[in-house]
Design a protein. Structure first.
Ligand SMILES: *[C@@H]1O[C@H](CO)[C@@H](O)[C@H](O)[C@H]1NC(C)=O
Ligand SMILES: *[C@@H]1O[C@H](CO)[C@@H](O)[C@H](O)[C@H]1NC(C)=O
Ligand SMILES: *[C@@H]1O[C@H](CO)[C@@H](O)[C@H](O)[C@H]1NC(C)=O
Length: 535
């Protein structure tokens, strides 16, 4: 607990309109660092068998607040039968707002002139939001989109949440325009927050400004997540406010990258053509750099797939035609077309996006589905267009397990069902990790003894089996000993885990509980309970 005097100072500073640049620094001094706060249990405890701690920061130290979010917390936790699960939801659902909104300006002074005026082309106009991943002071495009997903259904009823998410879209657009190959970004200079330091020695082309970019791993899903942030916002609010000139510029930048990354390694005369993007890091870890002088392994022509140099785990791909983000991009291109069409925009652009989306979806089916001796037709994790394939799944999203969640197919799809069977057992997925204390899908990022709670949550989100859903949720609950959902858990020792403060995982947990509350209330609210839906 921080003293009431310091609290009052912090509160006073929040209430008066000091320049934004002073605010975070002084608040940081008054408030405990959440990296250590999240790794120390605090009361009041859950009252359940696991005695889960209460891990929300003191009100004055929260980075954003929303009455709509508080209401959902009350509604859900008052109905959850399991007190430990209730405590986990109480901590997890607001975690992104409580701890990761490092900068938000609602841009109200400029909003009125944003459209149809000269302001239209100005950078950084309108609301802006900078959201850190958790324990690292940088924003990942993928994480921040997912960190906000749980709040999207509330944006229509809470004006400040609306402004927060609109700001996040605008800020991501600026990131994408300036450095579309990069995955993680520094605080915008207008925020006055000091850039995070990275100790990595990377040689990357195209080059970037390290005061703007935190890390520059090209991950196709980062760009799909930029689109998803907008399409989810539209689906939930019907708003097209984010379709600014800057956003269209970002979209065109995405399409340019997609075109460049659809190029094969050899041209029609069989000559080697160096990819526009190369990445090399001085490291002992092979998944942290790319083979062949930063180019990556060769990829064949004629697949219609888009290369991804890295995975959503930030590990290098082995074969660059990485299937899950291609499926995700196919969906997002088509959803983006729909939004632009609704807004009455640009017929050519709409049909171009639709065509790209349809073609990419077909490419995923044509080249991503392969024959497996035991499981039949399954989706490969990665292919190269020469016939080579990597069969596995990784916990990070987009994954093969998440294909129905991403909207690419229905969970009853036969090939998906075969794939799901393969990746959720040891004999089919080398990264399905089992031990006496924990099990689930992991990945190379943390290693062969750690499974990730996020994979169990995705298993629950894509299942129609009550027993599987409950077992997955309960295993995550059992492993969340510090009252938050962690990154990975040692399969032989549940007390040994990584990243106590990993906001994305908390968002996936909250989404899982809200989905169960709406569709299978009896599982968590007791027999004959009525469904709970955010309206
Ligand atoms: C934006 O912020 C200003 C200043 O803090 C405030 O007066 C205004 O009401 C806010 N607008 C919205 C839509 O939240
Ligand atoms: C969670 O832990 C409880 C005991 O603390 C145990 O009874 C239960 O089987 C565990 N659930 C799962 C899914 O591991
Ligand atoms: C996992 O836990 C076991 C048992 O405590 C330990 O021997 C092993 O080193 C741990 N693995 C990692 C990667 O920390």
């Amino acid at each position: 607990m921080i003293s009431s005097v310091i609290l009052a100072i912090a509160l006073g500073l929040q209430a008066t309109a000091l320049p934004a640049r002073d605010d975070p620094a002084i608040l940081r001094r008054a408030c405990p660092d959440y990296v250590s706060y999240s790794a120390t249990p605090h009361g009041p405890y859950s009252g359940g068998p696991l005695k889960l701690p209460f891990q929300r920061p003191d009100e004055a130290c929260r980075t954003f607040s929303s009455p709509a979010v508080e209401k959902v917390i009350k509604d859900i936790t008052s109905r959850l039968v399991d007190k430990d699960l209730a405590q986990l939801f109480r901590n997890a659902f607001p975690n992104t707002l409580d701890t990761t909104i490092r900068w938000h300006q609602n841009g109200s002074s400029k909003a009125s002139t944003r459209r149809g005026s000269k302001q239209d082309s100005a950078q950084w106009t309108g609301p802006q939001t900078f959201i850190v991943t958790g324990d690292i002071n940088a924003e990942w495009l993928r994480d921040s989109t997912n960190q906000l997903t749980g709040y999207q259904p509330l944006a229509a009823q809470d004006k400040r949440l609306y402004s927060l998410i609109l700001g996040a879209i605008n800020t991501q657009a600026e990131f994408v325009i300036q450095s579309p190959y990069c995955n993680a970004f520094q605080p915008p200079s207008a925020s006055g927050i000091k850039p995070a330091t990275s100790s990595q020695k990377d040689t990357v082309h195209p080059t970037y400004d390290p005061s703007f970019v935190f890390e520059c791993k090209y991950e196709l899903d980062s760009l799909a997540h930029f689109l998803m942030l907008g399409t989810e916002f539209h689906e939930n609010t019907k708003s097209t406010d984010f379709l600014t000139e800057r956003w269209f510029k970002a979209l065109k930048t995405v399409l340019r990258v997609i075109d460049a990354q659809s190029q094969p390694t050899f041209n029609t005369k069989n000559q080697f053509v160096r990819n526009q993007y190369t990445f090399q890091r001085q490291t002992k870890i092979s998944t942290e750099t790319l083979a062949l002088e930063g180019v990556g392994n060769p990829l064949n022509s004629g697949t219609g797939l888009i290369r991804s140099a890295f995975r959503p785990s930030d590990d290098a791909t082995i074969l660059g035609f990485f299937i899950p983000p291609n499926a995700m991009m196919a969906v997002q291109l088509q959803k983006t077309a729909k939004v632009i069409k609704t807004a009455g925009g640009h017929d050519d652009l709409v049909s171009d996006l639709q065509r790209r989306g349809r073609r990419l979806a077909k490419a995923v089916r044509d080249h991503g589905i392969v024959q497996h001796a035991k499981y039949g037709d399954v989706y490969a994790f990665e292919v190269d267009g020469y016939g080579s394939r990597i069969l596995m799944d990784d916990a990070n999203i987009p994954s093969l397990l998440s294909l129905p969640y991403l909207g690419f197919l229905d969970r009853s799809d036969k090939v998906y069902q075969n794939t799901r069977k393969m990746i959720t057992e040891k004999s089919g997925n080398p990264y399905y990790l089992e031990g006496p204390a924990f099990h689930g899908i992991g990945g190379p990022h943390i290693g062969l003894e750690n499974a990730w709670p996020m994979s169990l949550l995705m298993q629950a989100l894509t299942s129609d089996d009550d027993a599987e859903i409950l077992e997955s949720i309960n295993l995550v609950r059992n492993s969340s000993l510090f009252g938050l959902v962690h990154e990975s858990i040692n399969v032989t020792n549940i007390k040994d885990f990584t990243r106590p403060w990993f906001s994305w995982a908390n968002s996936v947990f909250s989404q899982t509980i809200l989905k169960v509350a709406a569709e299978r209330p009896h599982l968590i609210f007791g027999k004959n309970a009525k469904p709970y839906r955010i309206e």
